[in-house]
Design a protein around this ligand. Structure first.
Ligand code: SF4
Ligand code: SF4
Length: 383
């Protein structure tokens, strides 16, 4: 979204959201919707969940009924809908087909929590941050959207640099819901345990409510790593490449995680998306078209730090790493000098506002979930 009233974009909306009489539906009875419900049950009055999955419909989650979209349509009476599903595009389209209006009747989950906490309590509460700790990876995926195999001289990021970046981020941020370590393969950093221990001791759970590791199930966690996972209740996330890598130790690693009571998410995608590398344009030429594309792309809410720059999307950081597409000044929020008076602007940036309403790399990139139609086989390896 393009800034038109920087620092005041949510002033009108906020008055409605913090009104105690407002009631809410949560669209999506999955991990994010449930976590939101648990976190904010004392702040909001929830009516029900809504979910397209017929196995969830008719059940109860967090003490609330789970409705089908058609039952929701019959009983909706002006309540606000919080969209918590990753399939935002189809959720928005369905809600619009029922006559609901975005930013009046329904909001993305990240918008609700951040706007509410800012306007009600003056706190900066953000949904997520991933911090890259290494450019090394144990795999060489042909269509890696982080361009890891194309980095000529990869590095493991220096611990002091990681500390400085997080300290800058937490000067601006009171609480982030999910703080994730990413690579390449985050676990290939030789000082992984030291980094995790420092982050856990410094920020978990008060400032970083949940810690996550994004890995690829190649490196088996050591007993010391497992102990840290338990201590900080770390969530281990990995993607199953369906045997195409030939290197993943999924059965062994998931058995170890289960034995140690470590929560994990084993995601198996049927398709990946080709970012289009190398190309000079994705064919979208109008400013409005680029803004719509950026707005619908789910990667725009995968916030990441690069030096003292906060970015919407890790892909544009990686494009900069390999000199494929240089960052423009409007692409990032500069965290280096804290300014209390820019708090609302900072939250707006995190919710998708900047000077242009998109990033420079959105001109070249085919995007991700919700917008990318170039499907490919997951995890195909380079020779
Ligand atoms: S495992 Fe992930 S980071 Fe590593 S090369 Fe494959 S897609 Fe890239
Ligand atoms: S279009 Fe590409 S650069 Fe833009 S937010 Fe999506 S993934 Fe990131």
């Amino acid at each position: 979204m393009k800034w038109t009233n920087k620092g005041h974009e949510y002033d009108e909306i906020a008055a409605h959201l913090i009104d105690k009489k407002t009631r809410y539906y949560i669209w999506g009875a999955g991990t994010f919707g449930i976590a939101f419900c648990e976190e904010f049950c004392k702040e909001f009055s929830f009516t029900a969940f809504v979910d397209r999955n017929i196995r969830k419909q008719g059940t109860e989650v967090c003490g609330l009924p789970v409705l089908s979209p058609s039952d929701f349509q019959k009983q909706w009476n002006g309540e606000i809908v919080i969209v918590s599903t990753g399939m935002t595009r189809s959720a928005y389209e369905q809600l619009e087909s029922f006559g609901l209006v975005r930013h009046k009747d329904f909001y993305h989950i990240d918008e609700i929590s951040s706007i509410y906490m800012l306007y009600k309590y003056g706190k900066v509460y953000l949904s997520d941050l991933t911090i890259p700790i290494t450019q090394y990876c144990t795999l060489k995926c042909k269509y890696c959207n982080s361009f890891i195999p194309k980095i000529k001289n990869p590095i493991n990021f220096d611990i002091q640099q990681i500390r400085d970046e997080l300290e800058a981020y937490f000067r601006w941020t009171d609480t982030v819901n999910i703080l994730g370590l990413v690579g390449g393969d985050a676990m290939s950093h030789p000082r992984f345990n030291e980094i995790l221990r420092w982050i856990g001791d410094t920020y978990y759970p008060e400032r970083a409510r949940h810690l996550e590791i994004y890995s690829n199930a190649v490196i088996t966690p050591t007993p010391q790593t497992l102990e840290l996972f338990r201590k900080y209740n770390v969530f281990y996330r990995f993607t199953d490449y369906g045997g195409s890598s030939g290197k993943q130790n999924i059965d062994q690693i998931t058995a170890i995680l289960r034995e140690n009571g470590i929560r994990y998410d084993h995601v198996k995608f049927t398709d990946w998306f080709d970012s289009g590398y190398p190309q000079t344009t994705n064919g979208i030429t109008s400013e409005d078209g680029l803004r719509r594309f950026f707005d619908m792309c789910d990667r725009k809410s995968c916030h990441t730090i690069y030096g003292s720059k906060l970015l919407f999307c890790g892909q544009c950081m990686s494009a900069d790493w390999i000199d494929y597409c240089r960052l423009a000044d409007s692409d990032y929020f500069d965290l280096s000098i804290y300014d209390e008076t820019r708090k609302r602007e900072f939250v707006e940036y995190n919710l998708g506002f900047n000077q242009k309403g998109y990033m420079e790399y959105c001109r070249m990139c085919n995007g991700s979930l919700n917008v990318n139609t170039h499907k490919i086989i997951p995890g195909e390896q380079l020779g």
